[in-house]
Design a protein around this ligand. Structure first.
Ligand code: ASP
Length: 582
């Protein structure tokens, strides 16, 4: 037996008992006649004491050779500590060591295994197994486990069955490139790794599984924007004989359950907002509603005066910054520079200071009188002491710019509190989205999403206006889940492929199996998927998902620890009939 207790277990009640512990040397202090060692494992730290007068000589000698991260096993007697440490759960006791065995030596680690380490990100990733020994990383992995277990418990009680679906499949259109895997046995052919288990979960509904879920890896070959991973984990779900409302209710329940179980946060409000409303109030289909600062459209009150910039704009829109009235000229200039950065792209910003006495001072006083500005304040909900920031231009760009400003200001003002949670559903997404690059419409969610009842006809006349039975779950300004009610008949599905520009042959080759299945009694069905990595990070009050993933990839999609991706040898290439032309 390597140990009788773990390193977080010993308390005053264990005093005088003989125990065996194992773990890593966190640190040791050698006073010559006395040596203290902090012994660490996943569960905690126990202080060991080696004392010249009470510890056998050879054990004392060996103890002097212990370095950081050595793996040791010790047996001894639990004794009361002279100076107790109330900050440590084991701080009342220490172990007077009688026997010591070095199970393994360790090179000096390349960074300190402490909560705050001197190791940079790259080094930590290269030696991720050492990084995982650190509390902050270890705790995040344990936290993730808690979330997964809570998900499984909730869904299992609600009759969901976890079913595994294959990884070696063919393309699932979720809007990214596929990772492909050459098949040795089927010469010249390739599998694609699933961008999601979408078609399989639909087939499970045709198979009568009724309620399916899976905590599953998905693979998308995308240019990695900050904090994305080429492989990531979804809580993937599907249900048969449901309408949108049934799905929203179940997963609203899951979200509340997680917030309560994992972070002890009770949710009262779980608003639903249409996509159109989210865009007009927040300029964003994943609005952060932990704070207000809703958009006020100013076209009616700001156009048709002498100010050409606004007259020429499709949209004039503003937000009220709480207590921003006291911003100095310099601070406002900084904001203007911020919106003019290429990443945001506004041409400028008009502002109005709402003075405490009810008067206004604006950057466009030449064109607007106090009465005009009072209307702006009304439209944006600005109070005396606030600052109104106004952007204008082409509608959708301007909304995006103002949304970026709203989030930036909220961050600056400390309104995005990581221990507050404000989930909501955004519903009634457009079915299609115009793609500038290819000059055609694409499925906004995916091609299996059904249009709202009665809207199929609109496809021919006003495709952009067709709304879908599609919904997103948004938490603190992040899309953490999304799904839809699916098409479940062959004819509509085939029309949809048609519409999305698949030729009959392409549609048949890629998705014939699904349309075939729809001919054998497919029940009405729908579902959604949550991004587990992001969800866990938000619940954990963090911005980045990386530390919640045991072995993440870097921004170039590399695993720097195992050094992947890597070349493969000639023999392997030959076996796969592949030729690298680089
Ligand atoms: N497969 C979708 C996704 O990965 C989710 C869904 O529609 O259920 O976004």
């Amino acid at each position: 037996m390597y140990r009788t207790h773990n390193n977080g277990a010993l308390r005053a009640e264990h005093i005088n008992s003989t125990v065996t512990l194992a773990g890593w040397v966190q640190k040791s202090r050698d006073k010559g006649f006395m040596i203290w060692v902090d012994l660490r494992d996943r569960y905690g730290i126990t202080q060991l004491i080696f004392d010249e007068e009470r510890t056998p000589k050879e054990v004392m000698e060996l103890a002097k050779t212990l370095g950081r991260e050595f793996v040791i096993q010790v047996t001894g007697t639990v004794i009361e500590r002279e100076s107790k440490n109330p900050k440590m759960p084991t701080g009342d006791v220490e172990l007077l060591v009688e026997k010591l065995e070095v199970l393994n030596q360790a090179k000096t680690p390349p960074f300190t295994i402490e909560d705050t380490t001197d190791g940079g990100e790259d080094l930590r990733m290269k030696y991720r197994y050492l990084d995982i020994r650190r509390n902050p990383v270890k705790e995040k992995l344990i936290f993730r486990h808690k979330v997964s277990i809570a998900v499984r418990n909730y869904l299992s009680v609600k009759d969901f069955i976890e079913v595994e679906t294959p990884y070696l499949i063919k393309s699932t259109p979720e809007g990214a490139r596929d990772f492909v895997v050459p098949s040795r046995m089927n010469e010249g052919q390739f599998y694609a790794l699933p961008q999601s288990p979408q078609t399989f979960k639909q087939l499970l509904m045709v198979g009568g599984m009724d309620k399916y879920f899976q905590i599953v890896k998905c693979f998308r070959d995308e240019d990695l924007r900050a904090d994305r991973q080429p492989e990531f984990t979804q809580i993937d779900c599907e249900m048969a004989f449901v309408e949108q409302e049934d799905i929203l209710n179940i997963f609203e329940g899951l979200t509340k359950h997680l917030l309560k179980e994992v972070v002890g946060f009770e949710i009262e409000n779980f608003p639903r907002m249409t996509y159109d409303e989210a865009m007009s109030k927040y300029g964003n289909d994943k609005p952060d509603i932990r704070f207000g600062m809703e958009f006020g459209e100013l076209n009616a009150v700001a156009q048709h005066k002498e100010f050409k910039v606004f007259n020429d704009a499709e949209l004039v829109v503003g937000i009220a910054v709480p207590n921003g009235g006291s911003y100095t000229r310099k601070e406002i200039d900084k904001l203007i520079d911020w919106v003019k950065r290429p990443q945001v792209g506004a041409l400028g910003m008009v502002y109005v200071k709402c003075n405490e006495d009810g008067s206004f001072k604006s950057s466009v006083d030449k064109f607007y009188d106090q009465e005009d500005l009072a209307k702006w304040a009304e439209a944006t909900g600005a109070k005396p002491g606030d600052l109104i920031c106004v952007l204008s231009g082409e509608a959708s760009k301007t909304r995006t710019q103002l949304s970026a400003l709203r989030m930036e200001l909220a961050t600056q003002l400390g309104l995005r509190k990581s221990n507050e949670f404000a989930p909501l559903w955004v519903v009634d997404f457009p079915l299609l989205e115009w793609d500038e690059e290819t000059s055609r419409y694409h499925a906004m969610h995916h091609p299996f999403t059904s249009p709202k009842p009665g809207q199929m006809e609109l496809l021919d006349t006003d495709p952009g206006a067709v709304k879908a039975n599609a919904y997103d779950l948004v938490l603190n300004g992040n899309e953490i889940g999304g799904g839809s009610i699916r098409i479940h008949d062959k004819e509509t599905q085939s029309k949809m492929f048609d519409y999305l520009g698949f030729s009959k042959e392409e549609a048949q080759a890629q998705f014939g199996f699904l349309m075939d299945a729809f001919q054998y009694g497919a029940p009405p069905h729908g579902g959604l998927a949550f991004g587990l990595d992001r969800l866990v990070a938000i619940l954990g009050g963090q911005e980045t998902i990386r530390d919640f993933i045991a072995f993440p990839k870097n921004n170039a999609g590399r695993d720097v620890m195992i050094d992947a991706p890597a070349k493969i040898d000639e023999a392997q290439l030959k076996e796969l009939n592949l030729k690298v032309t680089l």
